[in-house]
Design a protein around this ligand. Structure first.
Ligand code: C5P
Length: 315
């Protein structure tokens, strides 16, 4: 049996988040085009007398260290799946993904904890079973395991891997403080009701992926992808963007600062408040990041590339 296992897990951006109507189970049907990006958390699992969790990194104070932590729930779920007693493991989370930032940091930690505990305990869970456990933990967790790019249907958990024909350069503008994902979905429903369209499954058309966006990903064509991400008058491939902007109006300034600085396109990442900017090169990403920081419209700006691999065992 190994002593310590470390797993690296990526953040994600939703290059398309088409949100259907509110389902009776409280979730929304999605056409969710996930892209894993090169910001990572690391999850280290080591033997302990009881389940313990610790977090390090700039946002560590925002991470719950109790049973509500998704990584702790993942360890419990894996132990239960194998009929093991309560999981005796220490999970160390090295956080580099913004907390509550719309980049699936909590989901990444859950996927990382599953893979790390599976290796530590020698349980050798087949991939399909790991993916099913991920889906029980949260809508975005299966993608954190898979990485790369994928279309998520259902509530986002039913994945089809997508081909990506090149490397895309991104900048992520990290805000102070997070946004609650359920609150952003609720605001999306409220805005739909207020506009008279209604928010139910009957009222909202079935969400569909954009063929032009999938082609741009497949071709590795940044200009074409940018054209699918954002349009005139604030149009966005992310249906949660109006809700995030409604809850956090200052994000409009961040989006403007990034596009004025030369980004090809900008959008809110998932439920926000992180803003994502697609750029044409690594040099452009560095200069957009510098301008974003100087604009004072974000806490930090992180250049990186995509796609990134899913949960990866480091040791
Ligand atoms: O699945 P997850 O735990 O990440 O979802 C968190 C919350 O986000 C849900 O309780 C729900 O309010 C909202 N959500 C949704 N539709 C989805 C995914 C999440 O309404 N497809």
């Amino acid at each position: 049996m190994t002593d310590t296992v470390t797993v690296r897990v990526p953040a994600k951006v939703n290059v398309q988040l088409a949100v259907g109507g509110l389902r009776p189970d409280g979730f929304h049907g999605l056409a969710n085009v996930f892209l894993a990006v090169g910001l990572h958390d690391e999850v280290t699992a080591s033997p302990a007398d009881v389940l313990r969790i610790g977090a390090t990194g700039p946002d560590a104070h925002q991470v719950p260290l109790d049973d509500t932590n998704l990584a702790a729930r993942a360890a419990r779920a894996l132990a239960a799946h194998h009929g093991l007693d309560a999981p005796a493991v220490h999970l160390g989370l090295r956080k580099d993904i913004p907390v509550a930032g719309g980049m699936a940091g909590g989901s990444a930690d859950a996927a990382g904890a599953l893979v790390a505990c599976d290796a530590l305990w020698g349980t050798r869970t087949p991939r399909g079973e790991l993916l099913a456990l991920c889906a029980e933990l949260g809508s975005d967790v299966p993608f954190s395991l898979l990485g790369g790019a994928a279309l998520g249907r259902g509530r986002g958990e039913l994945l089809t891997p997508l081909a990506v024909g090149g490397t895309f350069h991104w900048v992520f503008a990290v805000a102070d403080g997070g946004l609650s994902t359920p609150e952003v979905y609720r605001e999306c429903d409220r805005l739909r009701e207020a506009s008279g369209t209604g928010a139910t499954v009957a009222a909202v058309p079935e969400p569909e992926p954009s063929p032009a966006l999938l082609d741009a990903l497949r071709d590795g064509d940044a200009a074409a992808l940018a054209a699918s991400l954002a349009g005139p008058d604030g149009a966005s491939s992310n249906d949660l963007q109006p809700a995030a902007l409604s809850l956090r109006p200052a994000l409009a300034d961040t989006l403007k600062a990034g596009t004025s600085a030369g980004a090809l396109a900008g959008l809110v990442s998932g439920s926000g408040p992180t803003c994502a900017f697609l750029t044409e090169s690594a040099e452009s990403a560095a200069s957009v990041a510098e301008s974003l920081l100087a604009s004072g419209t974000c806490r930090t700006a992180r250049p990186t590339t995509a796609p990134a691999p899913g949960a990866t065992l480091l040791s």
